[in-house]
Design a protein around this ligand. Structure first.
Ligand SMILES: *Cc1c(COP(=O)(O)O)cnc(C)c1O
Length: 399
């Protein structure tokens, strides 16, 4: 088969969130006053103390290859952070630093999956999980979790989805796109099933610092020694420290898993960026005030958005307790007509909003919920007000 493409590569769906964001950017470049609710990254600058250490890394020549799994200093800092903040007992040799949280997930699935292994992913889910699993030759098994259960999987659902092919379960708390947070009791019940079925849980905790109303982020691996042996914890610097562009993610895993992750990474990317690694040590061990400042600002926007959306016709949402998204059920709006014509589906809904109302929202078909949109509040209050006015105007005009 000369010059044919990879079936696996061709089967990958391009990220629809990035596509909407690109469209919004293009309209902005034409001078249009676009409001972008698509943002998947904090709108704050990386804290100065972190940037200063990156400058120092360059000035002192810390610009060479590092060990594949990351510098000893950073693996130790992450191990200490896991113990102190998350009550997770991962030693430095169980820590792997990678090029972003997404890359940590890639390494995790490459390390544990064999062809045909199943990975249980509760829907709504972050759209990259199924694609990453498929690229690692696994089979995603999607379990739908409705608003009536706060979009969270129950232990009964998890147990029912398990069979002899099940290798892992993906847990995201706080969740992107729903903003829901699992309580300690809910995690305890899920942990029992995980241990009983003897599968891995891949716990994506990238939004750990973004919780509100006293919701407590609990790491499932901290519950007891038994569940820790089944837990691969994935995290990163992007969301909590406004470091999306630095590309540093990290994982804690049973030692055998960590070793395979490191071997895989050693051939694929060698090591994460040396400068960003040094800056990350500062982020984790230096002053933490900026994390709380960002959290407080997100919280104000969260409350404003929830209150406004709750009063709008034809849509509903739950109050998010974490991350920076509101997950909005627009199923009723989809049954209405816009300018006399039915709205075909959620992508047309989003298309009307961007084209006629200059407001970018994320249609959530690729998140497993084809009648919901995701609105990010990682944009200024002023932009949020303007965008919500426009969405309201659109909804008011539906018949
Ligand atoms: C943003 C995000 C990540 C990781 O992002 P990176 O930029 O690769 O660190 C992982 N999981 C979820 C759910 C996210 O929203």
């Amino acid at each position: 088969m000369p010059r044919s493409l990879s079936k696996k590569g061709m089967a990958v769906k391009p990220s629809s969130t990035l596509a909407i964001t690109a469209k919004a950017k293009a309209l902005k470049a034409e001078g249009k006053d676009v409001v972008g609710f698509g943002a998947g990254e904090p709108d704050f600058a990386t804290p100065e103390n972190i940037c200063a250490v990156a400058h120092k890394a360059i000035d002192t020549g810390f610009t060479k290859y590092t060990p594949a799994a990351g510098t000893q200093e950073l693996r130790k800092a992450v191990s200490d952070k896991f113990k102190k903040v998350n009550k997770l007992n991962y030693e430095p040799n169980q820590v792997v630093i990678s090029n972003g949280g997404k890359h940590s997930l890639t390494n995790i699935f490459e390390a544990i999956l064999n062809p045909g292994d199943e990975v249980i992913i509760p829907a709504p889910f972050w759209l990259s999980y199924p694609e990453i699993v498929k690229l690692a030759d696994g089979t995603p098994v999607i379990v739908r979790c409705d608003a009536s259960q706060n979009y969270k999987i129950t232990p009964e659902q998890l147990a029912a989805a398990c069979n002899e092919k099940t290798k892992a379960f993906v847990l995201t708390s706080p969740s992107n796109p729903t903003g829901m947070v699992y309580s300690r009791e809910e995690l305890e019940a899920l942990a029992k099933v995980i241990v009983e079925k003897d599968i891995y849980v891949v716990s994506d905790e990238i939004y750990e610092y973004l919780t509100y109303d006293g919701a407590e982020h609990v790491s499932i691996g901290s519950l007891n020694d038994e569940i820790l042996e089944h837990t691969i914890t994935c995290n990163g610097m992007a969301k909590g420290y406004a470091m999306t562009g630095w590309r540093i993610g990290y994982a804690g895993a049973p030692a055998d898993v960590a070793k395979v992750m490191s071997s895989v990474q050693s051939h694929q990317t060698s090591n994460p960026n040396s400068i960003a690694q040094m800056a990350t040590v500062e982020a984790l061990t230096g002053p933490q005030e900026s994390v709380a400042v960002m959290n407080a600002e997100f919280n104000k926007r969260r409350i404003y958005m929830y209150e406004r959306i709750s009063k709008m016709p034809l849509v509903k949402c739950l109050l998010p307790q974490g991350a920076f998204y509101v997950f909005v059920d627009v199923s009723e709006a989809l049954t209405k007509k816009y300018k006399g014509a039915p709205i075909a589906d959620i992508s047309e809904f989003a298309k009307i909003l961007i084209e006629d109302f200059l407001t970018a929202v994320i249609p959530c078909a690729d998140f497993g919920f084809a009648d919901h949109i995701r609105l990010s509040y990682a944009i200024s209050m002023e932009q949020i007000e303007k965008g919500l006015d426009r969405i309201e105007e659109f909804l008011n005009g539906l018949e």
